[in-house]
Ligand binder design. Structure first.
Ligand SMILES: *Cc1c(COP(=O)(O)O)cnc(C)c1O
Length: 379
């Protein structure tokens, strides 16, 4: 049976959080002489930022809750997803004693956050198809495994993790928090795990305003979990962790969900187009199925391709040395024009291995085309 108190570091329960001026008086009217703010205004050409923002971001949570099908008390907002990632480690893991489990290849911040906090890592690689090795995960966890990190759709592979595997882990690992990072969920054709929060007290779901919502510069991450765990995270967060401009802009964005959906549709169309074009290039070996806004693509010579692209000022992410991503570059889906520039640049790439072959797409006799898998948008 899952009990949050068994997962938290013992001293966390007893901590008295900082009580801010805005916690002690929550009314909106009055003469505010309680927070040592500047009463005259701000040293900016426009806008008034002289008052501290709502430490609990209630306006955003009220608007976000019905969109996500959760209660406002099940939402934590952070300075990017980085903040809840770090808070979860700090709330649960005693340095030098506890550990977290990750499944490489995956998002780098889980490991970085563990390292910063002197928390041990257990690594159980995904299968070659980038799926969860459920048996290996359940064998690897121990009494000190506080967090199990799942990323679905996964970065850098792009695919959704199988629902059954996640469910199995949620049910078996009832002495750990199971975190499903859904940074790319808007690009996937599947419901969010936020629907399951009331069923699994050990489930935590991360989402972000950085990708589909187009607000990476604001730094606003969402964390959904039991009201009990959210209460603990609120207790240990910096009091005013979300700035007033960020709160204002996020509220405006939430009124324009349809625009976010339209951008997602455009990006998905471009993803299909780009994958189709890449498939026709002889030096492209594998285009991994994507449920996200990027493609993981294996090239004949990833290093040479990456460096050539950089010279041409086309910047992609080199993942070729990452576990299970041999020879792969990760390519974010751009605008139609950006994707065309990327493809045109690739087409003009000088290829050493092809120096004596005339005719750009002449068969090299390597059987590449025969082994190139069909691109599918969902596994
Ligand atoms: C981009 C990304 C995030 C978002 O991070 P922010 O700090 O919210 O910008 C989270 N998780 C994964 C897997 C990502 O790729």
């Amino acid at each position: 049976m899952f009990t949050l108190n068994n997962i938290l570091r013992p001293h966390i329960l007893g901590i008295t959080p900082y009580s801010s001026a805005r916690d002690e008086y929550t009314g909106k009217e009055g003469v505010f002489l309680d927070a040592n703010e500047n009463p005259l205004g701000s040293a900016t050409p426009e806008g008034d930022y002289n008052r501290y923002p709502d430490p609990h971001q209630w306006a955003i949570k009220q608007k976000l809750a019905p969109i996500k099908g959760v209660r406002p008390e099940q939402i934590f907002l952070g300075n990017g997803s980085d903040e809840p990632i770090d808070l979860l480690v700090r709330a649960t893991c005693t340095p030098g004693k506890d550990n977290i489990l990750i499944m490489p290849p995956t998002y780098g911040m889980y490991e970085v956050s563990a390292n910063i906090n002197d928390v041990a890592l257990i690594k159980v690689p995904l299968t070659p198809a980038f799926q969860v090795d459920t048996d290996a995960v359940l064998k690897a966890i121990n009494a000190n495994t506080k967090l199990i990190w799942l990323c679905s759709p996964n970065n850098p592979s792009g695919n959704l993790l199988q629902e059954e595997a996640i469910r199995t882990i949620l049910e078996a690992a009832d002495h750990s928090l199971v975190i499903v990072d859904e940074a790319y969920i808007d690009f996937a054709d599947t419901p969010s795990w936020t629907n399951q929060l009331d069923q699994y007290p050990n489930l935590v779901v991360l989402q972000t305003f950085s990708k589909a919502w187009g607000l990476a510069a604001l730094r606003l991450g969402m964390c959904f979990a039991s009201e009990e765990l959210i209460g603990i995270m609120n207790k240990i967060k910096p009091p005013y962790n979300i700035s007033a401009p960020t709160q204002t802009l996020a509220l405006e964005a939430l009124d324009r969900e349809a625009e976010k959906d339209e951008m997602v549709t455009t990006i998905l169309t471009e993803r299909t187009n780009l994958a189709e074009i890449l498939r026709s290039l002889p030096f492209v070996q594998v285009i991994h199925p994507s449920d996200a806004n990027f493609l993981l693509v294996q090239f004949e010579d990833a290093k040479q391709t990456f460096e050539y692209l950089i010279e041409q000022q086309v910047i992609v992410r080199d993942r070729s040395k990452v576990k299970l991503c041999d020879g792969c570059l990760r390519i974010s889906i751009g605008t139609r024009a950006e994707n065309e520039r990327f493809v045109d640049t690739l087409r003009q790439m000088p290829r050493s291995s092809q120096a004596d072959v005339s005719g750009a797409d002449a068969s090299l006799g390597t059987g590449e085309d025969a082994t190139k898998p069909e691109f599918v948008s969902t596994p």
